[in-house]
Design a protein around this ligand. Structure first.
Ligand code: PLP
Length: 486
C-alpha cells in the first residue's frame, strides 16, 4: 500500500483519530482499493512517525466501524464487499449532482435575528426591559432546583408540564385574571401553543379568521398547517362584529384568533359588548376562539378586563398566554388553558414534537412564583412601564403641540402605542434603522395574501413600544423620528 500524505495538523484531535480519518477517506475515495492489504502497524508507525499504540488504536477503530478486517498472520485488509470502485479503475471521477429536496411545504427561511441591543432607541413593540429582571433572585430559584433534586422529575413523562408549575400558574390565573382553569398545558412559548392548536384543529383548506391587522407568527402557524385565512374588518374599537357575522354566514370558519385585551398591533381593548357579541356568534356558528392574552398584567387605566375564557360556559375559548413579557422570551414558557379533552389532544401532539418543556426552567419558575419573587417583579414592572407609558404619551402630545400631524389614542394598557404619522410609512422602518432607531410599521402587520380591498393604499401608522427603554430614550427617540419624518 502506498503511504498516504497525512498532515496531522488538527491540534485538538487525537492523532489516532486523524490517522483513522485519513485512512477512511482514502478507502471511500477508492485510493485504497477494496481488498487491499494495509501496511503493517510497524511500517505505518515508521511512515507516519507515530508510536505503534496510536496506529493500533486507529486500526481497531476502523475494524469496529466496519471499514477493515483483521486476518490472523496476514494483517489488516479493506473489507472486500464495500461498494466502492478503486480510483485506479475510474478514468474520470463522476461528479455527483445533488437532487432538489421535495419539501412537503416550503416555508420562508427565517432571517438572522437582529440584535435589538444595537439600537440606540429601541421601540420594539412587546419588548420587556431585560435589564430590570431580578436575575439574582431567579438564580436562587435555579439553585433551589438542584439543591432539592428529585430525579424522578428528570425523566420523560409529564408531557403537559411539571405539576408544581401548573399549580402555581393555576392559582395565579385565578387570583390575577379570574380564570378558573380545569387543565393546563405548558409549552415552549405561545408560538408552540399556536402551532399545537393548528395541528389539532386545522385540516387542509379549513378557514381561520383573524383581524386585518394581526400578529404575523400566529397567521403563519395557521397557514403552514393548511388553513385558509380570512381577514375580518376592524375599526377603532377592534374587530367589526357585523363583518364577522357576514363572513360566518358565507364561509365555514373553524377558528377565530383574537388578542382582545390589547389588540395586536393596534393596542385597542375590545369592549365587553363586542366580546359578548363575538362569543355568541362563535357559539352559534360553531367556531372556536383562540384568545391570545400575551401581556395581561400591563394595564394602566383600570384593572384589566378579565379574559373571555373566564366566562366561557360553552367551552369554546382556547386561552393562551406567555411568560415572554413578564419574564423574558428566552425562558420559552407559555401555556394553554382549555377543556380536559382539548388539552389531551394538544398533549398528544406536544409529545410527538418534543416530549415536554425544559424541566429545570419549569421548576425554577415554579419556585420563583412560590417565593413571591414573580409577583414582586410584576408589581415593579407595571409601575415602571406605566411611567414610560405616560412619558410616551406626553412626548407625543408635545410633538402634536409643535404642530406635527401626529394622531394617537392612548391605550388602556399594553407595552406599545399605535401612532398615526399621517405620512406614508413604507420604507420608514429601514430608514430609521440606519439612524439607530428600531420601530415597527403598519405594512408588516397585514397578511400578504389578504383581500387587497382590506389593505389601505395609504399606510401611515407605526407601532412604538415603550416598555423596553428609559423615559429619556423614549423622548429623545421620538424627537429623532419626528425630525426624520417631517
Ligand atoms: C400577540 C403575541 N402573542 C404572543 C407573543 C409571545 O410569543 P412567545 O410566547 O412565543 O414568546 C407575542 C410576542 O411578541 C405577541 O406579540
Amino acid at each position: 500500500m502506498q503511504p498516504l500524505n497525512i498532515e496531522f495538523n488538527e491540534q485538538h484531535k487525537a492523532k489516532y483519530l486523524q490517522l483513522a480519518q485519513a485512512l477512511r477517506s482514502a478507502i471511500i475515495k477508492g485510493d485504497i482499493a477494496v481488498g487491499t492489504k494495509l501496511s503493517s502497524a510497524r511500517e505505518m508507525a515508521k511512515i507516519y512517525q507515530l508510536n505503534r499504540h496510536t496506529i493500533m488504536n486507529a486500526l481497531q477503530l476502523l475494524v469496529a466501524e466496519g471499514w477493515i478486517e483483521s486476518h490472523e498472520r496476514s494483517g489488516y485488509k479493506v473489507i472486500q464487499t464495500l461498494p466502492i470502485q478503486s480510483s485506479a479503475d475510474i478514468k474520470q471521477v463522476p461528479t455527483v449532482t445533488p437532487k432538489p429536496y421535495k419539501f412537503a411545504k416550503e416555508l420562508a427561511v427565517p432571517t438572522p435575528a437582529m440584535n435589538l441591543n444595537n439600537f440606540k432607541y429601541n421601540f420594539a413593540g412587546g419588548l420587556p426591559d431585560l435589564n430590570c429582571f431580578p436575575y439574582r433572585e431567579f438564580k436562587r430559584s435555579v439553585s433551589y432546583v438542584f439543591n432539592h433534586l428529585d430525579t424522578s422529575q428528570f425523566h420523560y413523562g409529564n408531557v403537559a408540564g411539571e405539576l408544581n408549575l401548573k399549580s402555581q400558574i393555576g392559582s395565579y390565573l385565578h387570583k390575577a385574571r379570574n380564570l378558573k382553569t380545569t387543565d393546563l398545558l405548558i409549552c415552549n412559548g405561545s408560538q408552540e401553543a399556536l402551532f399545537l392548536i393548528s395541528k389539532v384543529f386545522i385540516n387542509n383548506g379549513d378557514y381561520v379568521a383573524t383581524e386585518t391587522l394581526g400578529y404575523p407568527p400566529a397567521r403563519k402557524a395557521f397557514s403552514a398547517c393548511g388553513a385558509q385565512l380570512i381577514d375580518i374588518k376592524q375599526d377603532e374599537y377592534g374587530l367589526c362584529v357585523e363583518d364577522l357575522k357576514a363572513q360566518l354566514m358565507s364561509n365555514k370558519i373553524k377558528l377565530l384568533y383574537l388578542t382582545p385585551l390589547h389588540q395586536y398591533p393596534t393596542t385597542v381593548t375590545l369592549s365587553p359588548t363586542r366580546r359578548m357579541q363575538i362569543y355568541q356568534l362563535c357559539y352559534q356558528y360553531d367556531v372556536l376562539i383562540i384568545e391570545d392574552d400575551y401581556d395581561h398584567e400591563f394595564h394602566y387605566r383600570c384593572q384589566p378586563l378579565q379574559p373571555m375564557a373566564a366566562d366561557d360556559p360553552a367551552g369554546i375559548v382556547i386561552y393562551l398566554s406567555t411568560f415572554s413579557k413578564i419574564m423574558f422570551s428566552a425562558a420559552r414558557i407559555g401555556y394553554i388553558c382549555a377543556s380536559a379533552q382539548v388539552i389531551e389532544q394538544l398533549s398528544a401532539w406536544k409529545q410527538l414534537m418534543n416530549h415536554k418543556n425544559d424541566v429545570v426552567m419549569q421548576l425554577a419558575v415554579a419556585n420563583f412564583m412560590q417565593e413571591g419573587a414573580f409577583e414582586r417583579h410584576l408589581k415593579r414592572m407595571t409601575k415602571l412601564y406605566k411611567e414610560r407609558y405616560e412619558q410616551m404619551s406626553a412626548s407625543l402630545i408635545k410633538l402634536q403641540s409643535n404642530g406635527l400631524p401626529i394622531e394617537f389614542k392612548k391605550p388602556d394598557g399594553g407595552m406599545a402605542m399605535w401612532v398615526n404619522l399621517n405620512k406614508p410609512v413604507h420604507g420608514l422602518k429601514n430608514a430609521l434603522q440606519k439612524k439607530g432607531v428600531y420601530i415597527q410599521a403598519e405594512p408588516e402587520f397585514y397578511y400578504k395574501e389578504a383581500a387587497r380591498s382590506l389593505i389601505p393604499k395609504q399606510q401611515s401608522y407605526i407601532r412604538l413600544g415603550f416598555a423596553g427603554q428609559s423615559t429619556q430614550s423614549i423622548q429623545a427617540g421620538l424627537e429623532l423620528i419626528a425630525k426624520h419624518v417631517y
